[in-house]
Ligand binder design. Structure first.
Ligand code: FPP
Length: 235
């Protein structure tokens, strides 16, 4: 990675595991396994090059509609990887946070999620947001409800709600908005990912399936990001 300004916050939609497996005439779950392996490689690399915040989309609120067998396999994979994360991300000074409605997951997974968050809370390096049972619209509604409750409780007034104030009601409260969002696999859509936060993000799409996405592809996305002129609505 050449020297230059790094995006502070990068988002990645890890897409294409199913197609990766299909190309190899393998079950989709094998693609998820390869995707999870790659997830570890890319997390490490992002942390090493100095990315401060990384948000990865691991499971959307819509993913429950997949066949039960695939959902079950994904949940098992999360459990295995969180157990490993407890061991290895710890050495890398990575703080792991979960964004999304994790209350919907089985108890064993919820306990592991709480354990990982607690164990990594003192870490001072990269913040890794794992979006699990996450949906951007659901996040905005959740924030709106929490604000309404605060108004009802007399803690604030409707006119206190500014864009900055609303930030505090999001899962990503206090974090910078994503500068760069990468979506491999060839799909060019946002799929309910960080809807509020992505207002001024640069999007980079690659025709690579997630298990094949390499550290050099992250470098390449950052180069593209640097080559763009961000105007934030100005001229
Ligand atoms: C999208 O590919 C991918 C997912 C729905 C799951 C992403 C999960 C991982 C990469 C596992 C690693 C995560 C953790 C936290 C251990 P797809 O199935 O939609 O692919 P397709 O579009 O080719 O069918």
């Amino acid at each position: 990675m050449e020297d230059g300004i790094l995006p502070a916050h990068v988002g990645i939609i890890m897409d294409g595991n199913g197609r990766w497996a299909k190309k190899r005439l393998q079950p989709r779950t094998l693609g998820h396994r390869a995707g999870a392996q790659n997830f570890r490689t890319i997390i490490r690399y992002a942390s090493q090059i100095g990315i401060k915040y990384l948000t990865v989309y691991a499971f959307s609120t819509e993913n429950w509609s997949r066949p039960a067998e695939e959902v079950g396999a994904l949940l098992r994979l999360f459990k295995d990887y969180l157990e490993e994360a407890l061991r290895d991300f710890m050495d890398e000074n990575i703080r792991v946070r979960f964004i999304g409605d994790v209350a919907a997951f089985p108890q064993e997974l919820r306990e592991l999620i709480a354990e990982v968050e607690e164990a990594s809370a003192p870490k001072t390096g990269m913040v890794l947001n794992l979006a699990m049972n996450y949906g951007g619209r659901a996040e905005i509604l959740r924030g709106a409800k929490a604000f309404a409750e605060d108004v009802q409780a007399g803690l604030c007034q409707p006119e206190d709600l500014t864009e900055e104030a609303f930030d505090r009601y999001l899962y990503t409260a206090g974090q910078p908005a994503p500068d760069l969002i990468i979506r491999p696999s060839g799909e060019q859509r946002v799929s309910n990912f960080l809807l509020w936060q992505c207002a001024y993000a640069e999007f980079v799409y690659f025709d690579i399936l997630w298990p094949d996405f390499k550290p050099q592809d992250l470098d390449r996305a950052i180069e593209i990001y640097r080559s763009r002129q961000r105007r934030f609505g100005g001229v």
